[in-house]
Design a binder for this molecule. Structure first.
Ligand code: B12
Length: 376
């Protein structure tokens, strides 16, 4: 495990943790986490170079080791889980079981480090997922790291309705709300949460993959953004930029919404999904023999396509949709479904929405990506 020069290579514990998750072995996973935490703590005690990085007291070394285990051992295991699911190497049930074990691992870090948290709180913040967001573990990791850094954290968990978030922020006089989102289709709701919190005078920091590469969409929505919990801790230590503003309508931040293309797609989503389903069925008569399960998945896929189209319009970024199309193509291919089968759904939407220039641009870019996959 010793990586030389007073550092600890986490490669081995990462592989061991992955094995334990893969075998649904909760006790072993928790033992690996505790063992790694103790090993890091012991290593941090070794020399002046380490002390310069993590602090001098035993408590500081415990907190630094805890943070490292959260972000450099448990988080990468979850990322690997995502890659394994996407590649169809594990089932949804295995992914659920592994995530539940990871939650226990996070709790073990909290228990093991609790004695080292002695000082007064630096301040109080809320950490919450946006409405509709089920990915609670990323927010949990952020919460635990901030706790280790001395913050009092109200962790609100998954899918928190905006009005309740704002009310809790007001009631607790939180210094900031940290919003987490992993999937981009929730961006319009996230924008509402950001502007509502800011309207109530509360600072907002956003994070998670849903806010786009380097937090592109968070910045559009005038939230501060950090790549991870360490970045969030650094930002919280600085004065807020930009200062909190009054609640505002979305098109103040996103003037392109004035063309109504987003509103139109959002409002007619149900009809668009229904029509696309009928068009796809016409192109693929074998769909009539689909089981109820296959049928439901197809409806879900088309619903996803329309939601991503609407979101790409919302943030005026065709890359959001092409990125989603490439991701879906990979997911389908890993399950032996040809990616070009997405084309009839895109064509149906193109046909129905041909008078909307931004829609046409977005769908055409996605079609261009899939066209080479179509059999000759
Ligand atoms: C576990 C999991 C689930 C679980 C979540 C359970 C739970 N308790 O969290 C369940 C089964 C519910 C789930 C559902 C879905 N999931 Co899922 N899921 C995952 C998985 C495997 C792990 C999530 C995780 O724990 N990540 C671990 C942390 C470390 O990663 P992180 O998100 O990058 O967070 C770090 C930073 O981004 C940052 N950060 C995060 N939030 C914040 C906030 C602030 C303020 C700051 C500063 C920083 C910050 O700090 C974190 C710690 O370092 C991911 C794969 C992945 N790569 O994340 C897929 C993944 C996120 N899921 C995905 C999908 C598609 C879905 C579903 C749509 C599937 C479906 N068809 O139903 C649904 C969506 C449900 C919903 N409405 O939210 C896709 C998203 C792809 C995309 N671009 O949209 C992913 C990437 C899988 C993949 N490989 O494709 N999922």
């Amino acid at each position: 495990m010793n990586g030389g020069e007073g550092t600890l290579s986490l490669t081995e514990p990462r592989d061991q943790l992955w094995q334990a998750l893969d075998e649904c072995d909760e006790a072993r996973a928790v033992a690996i986490v505790r063992r790694t935490l103790h090993a890091l703590h012991a290593l941090h005690a070794q020399g002046p170079r380490q002390a310069a990085v993590v602090g001098t007291s035993d408590a500081e070394r415990t907190l630094a080791a805890g943070e490292q285990v959260l972000l450099e051992l448990i988080a990468p295991a979850q990322e690997r889980l995502g890659r394994a699911w996407a590649a169809n190497d594990i089932t949804v049930a295995q992914e659920h079981a592994a995530t539940a074990i990871s939650e226990r691992c996070v709790a073990a870090v909290a228990d093991t480090t609790a004695h080292a948290l002695t000082g007064p709180f630096v301040g109080r913040v809320l950490v919450s997922c946006v409405d509709g967001e089920w990915h609670a573990l990323p927010a949990r990791l952020v919460s635990e790291v901030l706790r280790l850094r001395g913050w009092r954290v109200d962790y609100l968990g998954a899918q928190v309705p905006t009005e309740h978030l704002v009310a809790h922020a007001r009631r607790t006089r939180a210094q900031a709300v940290l919003l987490s989102s992993s999937i981009p289709t929730l961006l319009p709701g996230a924008h509402n949460a950001i502007s509502s919190c800011q309207g109530a005078g509360v600072r907002v920091l956003a994070g998670g993959a849903g806010f786009g590469p380097r937090g592109r969409y968070a910045r559009m929505m005038r939230a501060e953004w950090a790549a991870d919990a360490r970045g969030a801790a650094t930002l919280l230590g600085r004065r807020p930029t930009p200062p909190a503003q009054a609640a505002r309508l979305p098109d103040l931040d996103l003037p392109h919404l004035g063309d109504q293309e987003y509103t139109m797609v959002r409002r007619t989503k149900l009809q668009l999904v229904k029509q696309a389903l009928a068009d796809v069925e016409e192109g693929f008569p074998e769909m009539r023999r689909y089981s109820e399960y296959q049928w439901d998945r197809t409806v879900e896929d088309i619903d996803h396509i329309v939601s991503h189209l609407a979101t790409a319009l919302y943030v005026d970024d065709p890359d959001l949709f092409t990125g989603f199309t490439a991701w879906t193509a990979d997911i389908l291919e890993a399950r032996d479904v040809p990616p070009w089968c997405l084309l009839p759904a895109l064509d149906s939407l193109l046909n129905r929405l041909k008078d909307f220039p931004r829609v046409v641009g977005i769908l055409t870019a996605a079609r261009d990506l899939l066209e080479p996959h179509r059999p000759a």
